[in-house]
Design a protein around this ligand. Sequence first.
Ligand code: SUG
Length: 417
Amino acid sequence: MALEEINFDGIIGPSHNYSGLSLGNLASSIHSGLVSHPRAAALQGIEKMRHNLGLGLPQGILLPHRRPDLAWLKELDTSVAEVPDSLRPAAFSASAMWAANAATVSPAPDSADGLCHITVANLRTMAHRSHEWPQTLAQLRIAFGKSDRFVVHPPVPPTFGDEGAANHMRLAPRHEFPGVEIFVYGRRGGLFPVRQHVEAGRAIARRHALDPERTLFVSQSEEAIAAGAFHNDVVAVANEYVLLAHEQAFEDRASFYAELARVMPEAVIIEVPASEVSLADAVASYMFNAQLVTLRDGGMALIVPQEARATPSVWRWLEALVAGNGPIRELTVVDVRQSMANGGGPACLRLRVVADPWDVDNRFMVNGEKLDLLADLVAAHWPEQIAPDDLRNPALWERIEAARLALCESLDLRELG
Ligand code: SUG
């Protein structure tokens, strides 16, 4: 059994649009009402996966959800033909693309029972995301249903908001060693909602059978949430023994760092000072919403969105980082602009699972040829553009559904159709 980190990227769905649904997510609010480009968006996501395959990383996928979500509309006693304007965008949202919010994953070495535990996120805070979990659960049960080394759990009760891996970090000397799991939660967010509750993390830690000695609960700072860090992965990222975080990410960073050093002395904490990169620049550039990955030679690369290169304070700091003698040696840039305009960077688009790729249902794994096939399918079926008003058009509903069905068919995943 060879454990590796596998990134499962959400394929950007054919209903991708800008409806400004996420209060506290500055990009979503700023771009509300603009015309989206689902085809270009999905192709950008596919190119990101191709880029990461090129770095020698194993790559998986998760599929877009059924949209409009007829089952959810039915629960709300309406239908796609009658849905009020106040609900329509939420029923069409392609937000399942942000796979970092699909679930929280505890790899097998961290759990007392030696299994990899996956708890689907309830995403209860935002209406448009609150109905993702049933389809996420169904998919993960197929993707990880081939081997008894995985346990896929339903969400924690909606009493406590949970947004999955975006608020969870794992540090370990190497992926396959027992790690320290860090559950980041919010307490106050200024004018913005807090999406992650500490009790959700505690429940997940219990059900994943984590070692309480090696499980930390850390509060985000109010100023970070108020500045637009609606998830921790907007201001911090971890990989193996490295934590890269903004100085203002956490409420009590001194205690957190001291505790981390105590439970994992080999941890390397790299802090970005506010005097060099402001919280505003960090949020606007999404420099932390990067994929920090270990390359085959053992060095680490940071995969950042092109917005990070376009932000002078950020780029200066990152160039100095990789020029130094630290563990992060390479900087690469990807273009996921369409997703970024809704507040979803490279890290949001992927769910990390440390597992043996052979244990995963192969229909959820990709190589270069499969990506070619996906790109052709997207080019043929995904709408070129959607203006929010287009969501009223029945011809678009049919097109979106047909596109998703064509995808399920081509991946031999008709059961998700
Ligand atoms: O939940 N955007 C998503 C972005 C999620 C980013 N994920 C991570 N940080 N891991 C959100 O706010 C915007 C949809 C709209 O406004 O139409 C949206 O849902």
